[in-house]
Write a protein that binds this ligand. Structure first.
Ligand SMILES: [Zn+2]
Length: 354
């Protein structure tokens, strides 16, 4: 950032939040079947000093709750006093999906994260996405979009970012996850659309749907604070840097291991998600337990995501494995030895803190 103090300005949507003001709004993005307004809860915190405008979004998938808690905490924790810039908290973007506690917009199963920037004359989800994007996201300089794994799976705490797009690597590094998967992202995702519009945006993937996982929420709040520090919103806070850092392009060094037979899945890996070539990751047995297939690690790697629902058919994803170079392996091993490798529970079949 330049060192010139930026002038403080009102944040404009179709109303205006002045410097020094914090406002909670329910912003209408559509109507229910009954004709009642569908309103997105939004908090705008406009600092008393000028600086960048950062959005934080959650609930684009309605059952992914860790980020909803992160955004609630950010909206509560920060005030305009001492803040250099503006924070725009989009607490729950897909309200109908959230109320149904499901991933997609009910009935038509539309995916809001394939619907940005949306269009006014299009389907329900694109209309809602369009209002959110046009009124709020488009006024921002950078953003973080919070997700979890889809139901029946879990994911390691990591970021997804298009590290080659201008300004994105700085944001991803400042958020300070250990793992960043890079790629442009799916068409119509908030991350890919905003990044292409010159608003560097990083997706944060954290744990499971349908629950709050306090350790991950706390890590994400630290990451948010680190981003605010890096971009000068909180000039007196330190930027956190991850102890180890691994960025990897989509599909080059990671692989989904899939079941080849139907049956019951038992996870064998653990307590930490670091596996070595030939290690048993899980077994799939038939119901008579007369046949067993052992799924082995094809290379030394980190388990990024794993099946939680313990039944599988051929083709079901069992685990998502990231290949590790020797240096990263050594750093992870040191962290495990020092007891600093957090975010996991010491049992092979599950992740931390619920
Ligand atoms: Zn999601």
């Amino acid at each position: 950032m330049n060192t010139e103090p930026a002038p403080s300005e009102p944040f404009q949507y179709d109303a205006s939040v002045d410097p020094g003001e914090k406002r909670h709004v329910r912003y209408e993005v559509g109507e229910s079947y009954l004709g009642d307004p569908i309103e997105v809860p939004i908090t705008v915190i406009n600092g008393e000093h000028g600086g960048p405008t950062v959005f934080l979004s959650a609930g684009i998938h309605g059952d992914e709750l860790n980020g909803v808690k992160v955004v609630q905490e950010v909206a509560d924790r920060y005030d305009p006093e001492g803040l250099h810039g503006t924070i725009v908290c989009l607490h729950v973007c897909n309200v109908p999906a959230y109320e149904a506690q499901q991933r997609y917009t009910p009935i038509y199963d539309q995916d809001m994260n394939r619907s940005f920037p949306g269009r006014a004359g299009s389907n329900t989800t694109e209309r809602m996405a369009n209002v959110i994007y046009r009124r709020f996201v488009a006024q921002c300089d950078l953003g973080l979009d919070f997700h979890t794994s889809t139901r029946n799976r879990t994911t390691i705490y990591h970021a997804r970012a298009d590290l080659e797009a201008p300004g994105v690597e700085r944001l991803a590094r400042a958020f300070a996850t250990n793992v960043v998967l890079y790629g442009t992202g799916d068409a119509g995702s908030l991350r890919s659309v905003a990044t292409a519009d010159g608003i560097p945006t990083v997706t944060v993937e954290m744990g499971r749907a349908h629950r709050f996982q306090p350790v991950l929420i706390e890590k994400a709040l630290e990451g948010v604070e680190s981003v605010f520090a890096e971009y000068g919103l909180l000039p007196d806070e330190p930027v956190h840097w991850p102890g180890w850092y691994k960025s990897t392009a989509a599909d080059t060094t990671k692989r989904w291991l899939r079941a080849d037979a139907g049956g019951l899945v038992e996870m064998e890996w653990g307590p930490y998600p670091l596996v070595y070539e030939g290690d048993a990751i899980c077994t799939v047995t038939n119901h008579f337990k007369t046949e067993e297939r052992v799924v082995e690690a094809p290379f030394d790697g980190l388990i990024l995501g794993a099946l939680e629902n313990p039944v599988a058919a051929p083709g079901h994803p069992l685990c998502h494995l990231l290949e590790l170079d020797r240096e990263t392996k050594a750093e992870i091993t040191r962290e495990i030895e020092r007891g600093e490798f957090d975010g996991y529970r010491a049992h092979g079949d599950a992740w931390a803190d619920d």
